[in-house]
Design a protein around this ligand. Structure first.
Ligand code: HEM
Length: 399
């Protein structure tokens, strides 16, 4: 009988991993046969997210060093390098020019969502993943970075392949690693070319900011620009797509919820927060390494061990959240781990929240009598970034 964690990694269990996450929490810090430690309770995960002895830099995995990425982006670096690059990237995050808040992007995001949902009119069946959840975040992040719209389809394919090859598990590891590197190299070459263009003729986009800015701390090297752009592109949409798809799926499974949000559109804000807890797109943070012996939850994780933080289990920990298996719009306090925590807390959280609120709000408002064609829908294979591959719905029209 395989362990709960091994079963979670099995693609056949993707549709409903939550009973397995519940069992995983019976052993808050569980050593796996390969020496990886899986941590699954809220308190223990939070303490490790904030522990400087837990590294995100894969180069600290001695034996694995040959496989480490060539240009780690800041998600794979520790302070102080992490902090310098994250600060430099943050300066240019958001709409062009000063006084940026993601709120200023609302009209543009609404326009993109409106165009995509208009495209569903005149028929009665659609795949919400391919037609809405996927194109929306791609369009938003491409626009922020300054990727020309006509290149978006190429982009799509690269980011998709990069994600499908990701995640723990021994199956085809070498082949997946090879495919992943090939795709990342193509994406890097493309972005390096675009960065060169912006150096010669800067615009108002983020990439132009990256290549031209030099402050008291200096600027980004060419390699850092490319690594940061690749990170934003991939992190910026492969997660949001799943939140949108998981969101509509959850609404359609709970018709009372759909009616409430339709009647009171402001409820989309707590609904998205609850989704991040209840159906989180990032289920496992799988790239940490213990730099010292660390005692946590009554277990000592030995120095050098890979550590997996099962955030999807932590967000449903009954010791922290009452009735964690229920989707509730009116939780007095919703503390989830959907965006991680500590130094690597999601850089794009405000953007992701707003995109998802807008598009889900519009889907709920405009789709007439939507219903699922298949439940559960087919899932993408990754256990790390979990979400439906397709979400086919029938509906009676579009308002
Ligand atoms: C980091 C989740 C959307 C950019 C993270 C982490 C999580 C997460 C859990 C922590 C990873 C770790 O600790 O290793 C999500 C979810 C999203 C989302 C659930 C959508 C629903 C976005 C968007 C962007 C973005 C839209 C960019 C525009 C990043 C970056 C990091 C990050 C750059 C690394 C931060 C660092 O290392 O300091 N995200 N994310 N994410 N996210 Fe997101």
């Amino acid at each position: 009988m395989s362990s709960p964690f091994e079963q979670i990694l099995d693609p056949a269990r993707r549709a409903d991993p939550y009973p397995l996450f519940d069992r995983l929490r019976d052993t808050p810090v569980a050593r796996q046969p390969d020496g990886t430690y899986v941590v699954s309770t809220y308190r223990e995960i939070v303490s490790l997210l904030h522990d400087p002895r837990v590294s995100s830099d894969r180069r600290n995995l001695g034996s694995d060093a040959g496989e480490a990425p060539r240009d780690p982006s800041f998600i794979g670096l520790d302070p102080p390098e992490h902090d310098r690059l994250r600060r430099l990237a943050m300066r240019h995050f958001g709409p062009p020019h000063a006084a940026r808040t993601v709120e200023e992007l609302r009209p543009e995001m609404l326009a993109i969502a409106t165009r995509l949902i208009d495209g569903l009119a005149g028929r009665s069946r659609a795949d919400i993943v391919d037609e809405v959840a996927y194109p929306l975040p791609v369009a938003v992040i491409c626009r922020l970075l300054g990727v020309p719209e006509e290149d978006e389809p190429r982009f799509h394919a690269w980011a998709d392949q990069a994600i499908e090859t990701l995640g723990p598990g021994e199956q085809d590891r070498a082949e997946r690693e090879r495919a992943r590197r090939e795709v990342l190299t193509e994406l890097e070459n493309y972005l390096a070319g675009l960065a060169e263009d912006r150096r010669r003729a800067p615009g108002t986009d983020m990439l132009s900011g990256f290549v031209t800015y030099h402050g008291p701390e200096g600027g980004m090297t060419h390699r850092e620009v490319v690594a940061t752009a690749v990170l934003l592109l991939i992190a910026g949409h492969e997660t949001t797509i799943n939140l949108i798809a998981n969101g509509l799926l959850t609404f359609l499974r709970h018709p009372g919820l759909l009616d409430r949000v339709r009647a009171e559109p402001g409820l989309i804000v707590p609904a998205v927060e609850e989704l991040l807890r209840y159906e989180p797109p990032v289920q496992l943070i799988s790239s940490r390494i213990a730099l010292a012996d660390i005692e946590v939850g009554g277990t000592t994780i030995p120095a050098g061990s890979p550590v997996v933080l099962a955030v999807a289990a932590g967000s449903r920990d009954p010791a922290h959240t009452p009735d964690p298996g229920l989707f509730l719009l009116d939780r007095p306090r919703n503390e989830h781990l959907g965006f991680g925590g500590g130094a690597h807390y999601c850089f794009g959280a405000p953007l992701a929240r707003l995109e998802t609120q807008i598009v889900l709000g519009e889907l709920v408002r405009r789709l007439r009598a939507p219903r699922l064609v298949a439940d559960p829908p087919p899932y993408r294979p990754s256990a790390v970034l979990r979400g439906p591959r397709h979400l086919v719905i029938d509906y009676a029209g579009v308002d």
